[in-house]
Write a protein that binds this ligand. Structure first.
Ligand code: HEM
Length: 233
């Protein structure tokens, strides 16, 4: 934790400067944005193959055949990218009893009456739901995707299995896109959150208002450091 918005090592810190809290390392941010970019490209290339009306989108990837060849590889990048995020953040997303209370008081969440909510650790219950849903969906997507990746795996699966896999793959993709929209909407809606993933830092006010338990643990050095009470991960 530090006390100036653009403070660098050796810079003077003045009383009255806003408090700034480190939230993500550079490595975590690069990992996140590679994953984010791959999901966007995957959604566009997937949708372009999903419905004839969206086929024009294949032009972005050099035509139909190229899109068909590239789409599964972008899926592999997404899978590996998300695996990196999973390894970094799974502990901080473990469910706690207070998360049930947070969810039960969703009206207060939407009404921004945070004084009625339990103190939140590094992530709130909504973020945890997004995290675990995405974890499951990405495993479903890669597994069903491999079954229909004819270029390399056609001989290992039957036609019947491929038919089921296409259905599962499409449904999982639609749900994943919805979960992604919720994630982005929440990141924009809670002002000051985008900066966490672009600059790696948040204001002390943001941390106090939205993730007070995490801030307390950071300041006091108490709490389970593995459960997210770390300056940056
Ligand atoms: C492209 C648009 C995206 C934007 C604008 C965005 C924005 C953000 C922001 C601002 C945070 C920090 C939240 C905080 O620290 O409280 C974050 C965290 C995170 N994002 Fe994204 N994100 C995007 C796409 C994605 C995608 C596609 C994935 C995964 C497939 C993803 C996975 C995550 C994860 C795992 C975290 C850590 C939060 C947690 O573990 O619960 N993001 N994102």
């Amino acid at each position: 934790m530090t006390t100036s918005y653009d403070v660098e090592p050796g810079d003077a810190v003045h009383p009255g400067d806003p408090v700034v809290v480190d939230r993500y390392t550079t490595g975590a941010r690069i990992n996140h944005w590679i994953t984010a970019a791959s999901l966007v490209l995957l959604a566009i290339s997937g949708l372009s193959l999903f419905h004839p009306k969206l086929f024009f989108l294949t032009a972005l990837f050099g035509g139909g055949q190229n899109t068909r060849a590239i789409h599964p590889w972008i899926g592999v990048v997404l899978f590996l990218g998300f695996l990196g995020l999973f390894i970094r953040f799974w502990r901080a997303n473990l469910w706690e009893r207070t998360d049930n209370v947070w969810l039960a008081r969703l009206r207060d969440v939407l009404g921004a009456r945070e004084e009625n909510l339990p103190e939140v650790g590094k992530y709130n219950a909504g973020q945890k739901v997004v995290f675990w849903s995405m974890s499951i969906l990405i495993v479903v997507l890669i597994t069903s995707g491999v079954v229909i990746w004819d270029q390399y795996f056609s001989e290992y699966t039957s036609l019947e299995q491929k038919r089921i896999a296409v259905l599962v793959h499409s449904l999982a993709a639609i749900v994943a896109i919805c979960v992604w929209i919720v994630h982005v909407y929440a990141a924009i809606w809670v002002r000051g959150t985008i900066g966490a993933m672009t600059r790696g830092r948040v204001t002390g006010g943001w941390a106090w208002r939205h993730h007070r338990k995490w801030l307390r643990e950071l300041v006091t050095g108490k709490g389970d450091r593995n459960a997210g009470a770390k300056p940056a991960a």
